[in-house]
Design a protein around this ligand. Structure first.
Ligand code: GLY
Length: 366
């Protein structure tokens, strides 16, 4: 088999460039950490109960030759753990083990692990170094890149957090083989989003390579993840703190996050984003920014990757209210992301309450 090995650098500011490395195993991890002056340091592997079982031993074996000591902090898998209690318990352990600012946190897992570990790293001793080892498709193409870290608060998603960049993002594509199908396909929502907001040709490529993606063909997955990371990189580098264009990456998230909350996090993130993207595309359709054929094609593409395009049992007014409370506000106006046309996301602060209501209605079935 051909060796998968791709790399790109993220340059958020001249002081801090970090590498995104796409590999098919962990064989280069130790040498890369050493080259980042992380040899002979304490490592805390932060992971969850699902991923920890699968990969902690492997990572420990890889790090052993270069580490001063290796510790692990494991919390129960799932969005419900993404809170300040979990963070606090890990602070306790870091203090107990005597971690200082030269030591390193390793985020081993999906989006919840990555966001939470990044927040720990940003705040413990006013900031210690951390490395992302994303094991889910969603974390590989989205949450591990770009330094958004944080936790949920009273079921408000990502309400507490910081922008804090990792020193390295190292992806081992083999971990995708053990990912449950619904989690794998949930990641496809964010990938399809990248094509929709930035690159129509990539969107077509995803549709054309549907079979290879579903078969988890290594080379195709590597190509796809690389292209998605490139798109994410352009937004993050231009606007690291989301004062402008980075918000375009939130396409589908305004209504999607509200559905996620109203459904009590029973649906996966990517699934809610899929529904949110259809709702946002509905507004684009009504405004004449995309045509009916494009709108239908978008729904078919999401469905082809087993993503929901409707939701049952929601009260439209409740979703609307949650949408208005979401963070994506600018002086009281919701920063809505629309497609104008397909392949180009735009930020629009003029979307009315009626338009949002109709958009939610368009994806809601009783
Ligand atoms: N997930 C959107 C962003 O990182 O900006």
């Amino acid at each position: 088999m051909k060796r998968v090995n791709k790399s790109l650098d993220i340059n958020v500011d001249k002081q801090q460039v970090y590498e995104i490395r796409i590999e098919q195993d962990y064989s280069h991890l130790a040498e890369m950490l050493k080259s980042l002056d992380m040899g002979n340091r304490k490592f805390m592997i932060v992971t969850d109960s699902m991923v920890g079982k699968l990969y902690t031993k492997q990572i420990t074996d890889v790090l052993q030759p270069i580490a001063k000591s290796i510790h692990t902090y494991v919390f129960p898998a799932g969005e419900k753990s993404k809170n300040l209690d979990t963070v606090r318990a890990c602070y306790d352990q870091l203090i107990l083990e005597g971690f200082d600012r030269n030591d390193v946190l390793i985020a081993l897992g999906g989006g919840v692990v990555g966001d939470l570990t990044g927040f720990l790293a940003a705040t413990y001793l006013r900031g210690i170094r951390f490395v992302q080892l994303p094991t889910s498709l969603l974390a590989m193409v989205d949450s591990s890149i770009g330094g958004k870290t944080g936790v949920d608060f009273n079921s408000y998603k990502n309400m507490i957090g910081a922008f804090y960049q990792p020193r390295l993002v190292y992806m081992n594509l083999s971990t995708l083989q053990s990912l449950e199908p619904n989690h794998f396909y949930s990641g496809m929502s964010e990938i399809i989003k990248h094509g929709l907001i930035k690159d129509e040709e990539y969107y077509r490529w995803i549709k054309e390579h549907q079979k290879q993606i579903k078969d988890k063909d290594f080379d195709i997955l590597a190509e796809m993840i690389y292209r998605s990371c490139q798109i994410k990189k352009t937004f993050v580098e231009e606007d690291p703190k989301e004062t402008g264009v980075r918000a375009i990456l939130n396409f589908g998230h305004t209504i999607g996050h509200s559905i996620e909350k109203i459904k009590n996090f029973d649906l996966l993130h990517g699934e809610c984003i899929s529904i949110g993207m259809v709702a946002a595309a509905f507004i684009s359709l009504k405004r004449g920014y995309i045509n009916q054929e494009t709108y239908d094609d978008l729904k078919n593409t999401l469905e082809a990757f087993y993503q929901p395009i409707t939701v049952t049992g929601i009260e439209i007014n409740k979703v609307l209210k949650a949408t208005k409370l979401d963070k994506k506000m600018d002086a009281g106006h919701i920063k809505f992301i629309l497609l104008k046309p397909i392949g180009k996301g735009i930020i629009d602060t003029t979307v009315s309450e009626d338009e949002i209501y109709e958009a939610i209605q368009s994806v809601s079935i009783h």
